[in-house]
Design a protein around this ligand. Sequence first.
Ligand SMILES: [Zn+2]
Length: 462
Amino acid sequence: MNLTIWGAAQQVTGSMHLLETDHYKILIDCGLDYEYNSDVSENEHFPFDPATIDVVVLTHAHIDHCGNLPTLIRLGFQGQILCSSPTAALSELLMLDAVNIFLKKEKRKIRRGNKRFVKYERPLYLQKHVMDTVERFVPIAFDKPFRITGKIELTLIPIGHLLGATAVILTIEENGETKKIAFTGDVGRKDYPILKDPQPIPPVDYIICESTYGGRDHSDDNLSDVLIDTITETCLKTPGKLIIPAFSVGRTQALVYSLNRIFSKGLLPPIQIFVDSPLANYATEIYRRFHHLLNNEAQAFYSREGDQFDFENLKYVENLDESKDISNYFDPCIIISSAGMLEGGRIQDHLYENIQNYYCTILFIGYCAKGTLGHRLLRGDPIVKIRNRELSVYASIKKTDSLSGHADHQDLVTLVGQQPLHELKKVFLVHGDLGSMQALEVALTSKGYSVEIPQKGKTITL
Ligand SMILES: [Zn+2]
């Protein structure tokens, strides 16, 4: 059988792997590739005919793993999409959000010399294509083998990272031989708020492993301590505002639950908290619906205290008028809003109003890519441009990686290290930049594993 890494090859986005047996083609993930950056429409050039794919298996709902599915369907894919139930629900939400972003970008004003132009960018897909995609989802139970054909069996293993995220294990019979192949998807961390720990991957012949944090380990920051210290400094010792940019799906729910734990234990006096992101409100509903899948600690909290995502001093902001009011909220408060990297979203209004306020702190809890406003603030730019105005940065800037949803270098080495050396034939590294992959390659090779960093489009015979 053949494996071709068509995306996330020596880069982080656009996960898409094709596994071909003599009679069947399985696509694992079909994510949006952001390396095309300015021209998302490049994603519609599939290197194969979508109509020839028999089935898609989806690891999780992040847009760099599911976000190109509507294009695949628009261009002829006829089969089913197998994934966990929460992945189906969250993917629908995130793909619909992607449509909103495409439509906002559809008509952009650009400037060339002294002349202004309107540039039209055709949306990659529309709401109707997302609806066509959602109809193809077939929810698969965790940890239970599911027969795709007489010769191909699928098992989804919970892997932390995001509600519903799984590693994909395929057991394939071909020419009288049985081979097991594991795709890790994105691997989560132990002891992450609300999520269960990643489960070990059973012994396999080949593993296609993510490597986002290869060569880097997370700090020992304790999230609760960071939150208590920052809130005390910003909202109690001074009458300030704490603004926390957070991705709406996953990160916001983990943060809200962590704050709920702090306030319910009485570790801080009540302070008004606003969650200002319509997408986060919808995602929180999905987390509530699947609360039986959250970790034991979060479920015990639910039995003791009630809803993990609701408490007395917390308000979910509904409409834009309300959102504008909280930018100028007079008393000390905490505003959680998106986008996490500060590119677009309601967070921009809150920054515009508060970045010149000495009593404001901006706490980053996630990665900010180069070229984003978040990245410029984190590197300490004294002046930044928001809504076409140059503004001096007087607010304090803080950062913690304690809410990162990805396994770090040591976690990934441990995950692969659970595989018996004499059984695992090869580790293929994907979903990381080349430096991260090379660091992981060195660590795994020194343990005796055979490691390959595949080029995009190179077909490997397994
Ligand atoms: Zn992910």
